[in-house]
Design a protein around this ligand. Structure first.
Ligand SMILES: NC(=O)c1ccc[n+]([C@@H]2O[C@H](COP(=O)([O-])OP(=O)(O)OC[C@H]3O[C@@H](n4cnc5c(N)ncnc54)[C@H](OP(=O)(O)O)[C@@H]3O)[C@@H](O)[C@H]2O)c1
Length: 386
């Protein structure tokens, strides 16, 4: 295959759960993809192994990690960039075709925006950027001819069910939720939960932040906002359905009463590969679904008394403006405080709610308003923490 026939890929956050799964897909189809850039934050050792296996041209890490990276490169020719300021330049490079956004947090917003402005195909697993500034990202993508093909499994399922169908035919989107680690744990026990218990997700192995958000159903609330942005839906068109088996990744109901669902094993390589090879479907090497083993698929209404984060997210999704940015930033700070053992699990939601209620919403924000709201919410949450 000639060099120009390869699809050239940058993975932001290659050392995380999404990044590692993306590299597994790329290794399987090494004759179709070439890695141009990889980025990491703390895990320099994992990055070094990836550099040796995939030989990217560029890697980005924080300045503090660059000496260790250089020392471990052992003669490999790689240009080292600063992850805190060079990502916009990396994703916009001429040779890049696809940008996979597997880094966590709202820091992904600026490189995401640069990638769409450069007209790239963007495959976001990251949801924070879409939550805080999805409208802007979608508008800019349209303006610059960039494609956004979601990787988050629920959004990928909706994308797959919708393919080629006019927006006006959509009646409702059913966003499925496995229910996280605490579906069967009584709320009175929330204050005593250990980090290990909260991270014990029954269906998915993911990074710590998203796993804590899943336990709170905050993650599902973020996905409502994400789906609203990606598919231009009204919040009332999105219904969250608990589906503990996590086999149906989401469904779309159409005006004629038909409902299409996307089903598959719980492995992120499936939506990642679909985004990379879109519109083709190629073997993933994953197990097929066995309906006779599954026997039944069940559905429940989410318990919003036990998981009030979901209703808060719906409220924020309706109000929109700078509130999603505040919700996301407060949640990032509060979840980190829980993971650092500063607060109990039961304090995360009240903290986030308090910050959201204190914010004076700017209904039609520019990028600067969104970023200022993010900074304000981080400060306010830290202040309340102390
Ligand atoms: N995991 C899943 O199955 C899944 C599913 C759907 C959506 N998502 C979304 O995908 C994103 C990543 O999730 P994950 O589970 O893969 O998280 P993760 O395992 O924690 O990985 C996060 C990645 O981001 C890097 N990173 C952390 N802080 C950064 C910063 N300030 N600047 C640049 N890079 C930074 C990390 O680098 P180091 O490891 O080197 O520190 C790592 O490569 C999140 O937005 C999540 O909500 C994940």
């Amino acid at each position: 295959m000639k060099q120009k026939d390869f699809k050239k890929v940058v993975i932001l956050g290659s050392t995380g759960s999404i990044g590692i799964s993306t590299l597994k897909v790329i290794a399987r189809y090494s004759e179709q993809f070439k890695i141009v850039g990889l980025t990491a934050y703390n895990n320099i050792d994992i990055l070094l192994r990836q550099v040796k296996n995939f030989q990217p041209r560029y890697v980005a890490v924080p300045r503090a990690g660059q000496a260790k990276l250089k020392a471990g490169l052992n003669g490999f020719l790689v240009k080292i960039l600063d992850v805190n300021c060079d990502l916009p330049e990396l994703v916009s490079r001429r040779e890049v075709d696809i940008v996979v956004i597997g880094m966590r947090g709202s820091e992904a917003l600026i490189p995401f925006l640069s990638a769409v402005r450069a007209g790239k195909t963007v495959a976001p697993a990251n949801k924070e950027a879409l939550v805080v500034a999805g409208d802007l990202l979608m508008k800019e993508a349209q303006k610059h001819g960039a494609k956004i093909i979601p990787v988050d499994s629920e959004q990928s399922a909706i994308f797959q069910c919708l393919e080629g169908r006019p927006h006006k035919e959509i009646k409702r989107v059913y966003l499925t939720a496995s229910g996280g680690a605490l579906r069967k744990v009584p709320q009175r026990k929330f204050a005593e939960l250990t980090v290990k218990e909260v991270l014990n997700h029954p269906r998915w192995r993911m990074g710590k932040k998203i796993t804590v958000d899943s336990a709170l159903l905050m993650n599902k609330g973020f996905e409502v906002i994400e789906a609203k942005r990606l598919f231009q839906l009204d919040v009332n068109q999105i219904e969250v359905v608990l589906h503990p088996e996590a086999i149906i990744h989401s469904m779309v109901g159409f005006k004629d009463g038909s409902v299409l669902a996307q089903l598959g094993v719980t492995d992120m390589r499936l939506p990642i590969q679909y985004a990379l090879t879109y519109p083709r479907r190629l073997p993933t090497g994953l197990k097929d679904l066995n309906f006779f083993e599954l026997k039944s698929l069940t559905f429940e209404r989410p318990d919003i008394k036990k998981f009030p984060a979901l209703s808060l997210c719906l409220e924020v999704a309706k109000a929109d403006g700078t509130l999603p940015s505040v919700l996301n930033a407060a949640d990032e700070v509060a979840v980190e405080a829980f993971l650092d053992l500063q607060i109990s699990f039961s304090r995360i939601y009240p903290l986030v709610e308090k910050v959201v209620r204190r914010h004076k919403n700017c209904r039609h924000p520019q990028l600067n308003d969104i970023r200022n709201a993010d900074l304000w919410a981080r400060e306010e949450t830290k202040r309340l923490l102390n």
